[in-house]
Design a protein around this ligand. Sequence first.
Ligand code: DLL
Length: 444
Amino acid sequence: MAKAKQTPLIWNKEAETMPRKELEKLQLQRLQATAELVYTKVPFYKQAFDDAGVKPADIKSLQDLIKLPFTSKQDLRDNYPFGLLTVPLEKIVRLHASSGTTGKPTVGPYTARDLEIWGETMARVYTAAGATASDVVHNSYGYGLFTGGLGFHLGAERIGAAVVPVSGGLSKRQIMLMEDFGATILTCTPSYSLVLAETAIEMGVDVRARMRVRAGIFGAEPWTDEMREEIEAKLNLEAFDIYGLTEMVGPGVAVECPYHEGLHIAEDHFLPEAVDPDSGEPVADGKIGELVFTAITKEGQPLIRYRTRDRITLTREKCACGRTMARMSKVKGRTDDMLIIRGVNVFPSSIESVLLAVDGVEPHYLILIDRPKDKLDELEVWVEASDDLWKRGEYWVKETEKKLYHDLFETLGITPKVKVAEPHSIQRSEGKAKRIIDRRELVG
Ligand code: DLL
């Protein structure tokens, strides 16, 4: 077992360390109440339950959960914007939305009580990362419709920390504020943390000497353990993975503790399952499946068996930190981000792991897929050279390309084109990074 670098702190001991038997009893009560609520208040769910031949009263144990119908992203689109509300709009006090690349956004409506619970789960997140009222939280998640900024803000206030609501962008000013205000906790996407690290270097600010940040809480996009090592080394902090989605509550659904052996799910609010993405059948703990959540305490828009499309494994073993809540693995990709290139399944996370294991390249990369007319699919991977490698000259850049070509081929089983690009040539992101460009969709 990994060793924790700090003594684990727990925000809500009663809930987070509840014996599993008790927890399951509580979950069942809440599930029954939620099934009843959506069945009586949401026409979509009445229809879906009826189609599946199930009534709320059929939920007699947690095992009966699988009798309930799934909810998909498409169902949210079909009922946009307020078709899945269980309360009148007058009870809603906040509306968030996730951008999405096509069509209408996904709506996240909150009642006052939903906000209360969000604050509670975010307080758990901060505490799991070792934050207390004495901390200064530099919050670079985007404020606005995106749940990141305001979710982290809410939790920081709940634990009594001083929160700096800086949002994303204007990175030089961020570095100045982090130094001047003595930030101790940094919250942003993992990709933006690298932009901040780079900006500090550009400004000649030695993070080790001049910054006090000891922990970072990073999420909203997939990142590998190799990326974690890069971030921890560059920013001199301990990195914690946080998971969440607008459909449940935003950030605060699950977070790592100092043991970093999976992310603890706030299971008294979000009931997790792992299912086979094709058949929808449950998969055993420890096996990769699609993460499915039922929101069992939400008032505004409690979703039943929501298919997240995120691939994970689950474990319900007690953690060394004392929490009894189930843990999910780091997200291993999405069921819909798997690229099929020349018939081979390729996960972007495997490419990231290979790239970051090679010396001389930086964690900034792009994956391009193309289908030239009448030819096979082409995979091209661009990754930035480190300043050192670039200075050493073309010969070494080419050698690094060869090494990457070899390692990618070994891992993926297909031949990629590899380009080690000039430092700082790949576009940076303030929020979620966009690293995949699939031109095949465009050429049809
Ligand atoms: O990204 C909420 C959030 C904000 C989480 C800040 C963490 C920190 P959405 O914009 O609705 O909500 O996107 C949700 O992002 O289904 C995952 O695919 C992905 N995602 C979120 N956290 C992680 C993570 C916010 N830690 C979608 N690792 C989810 C991998 C993540 N993917």
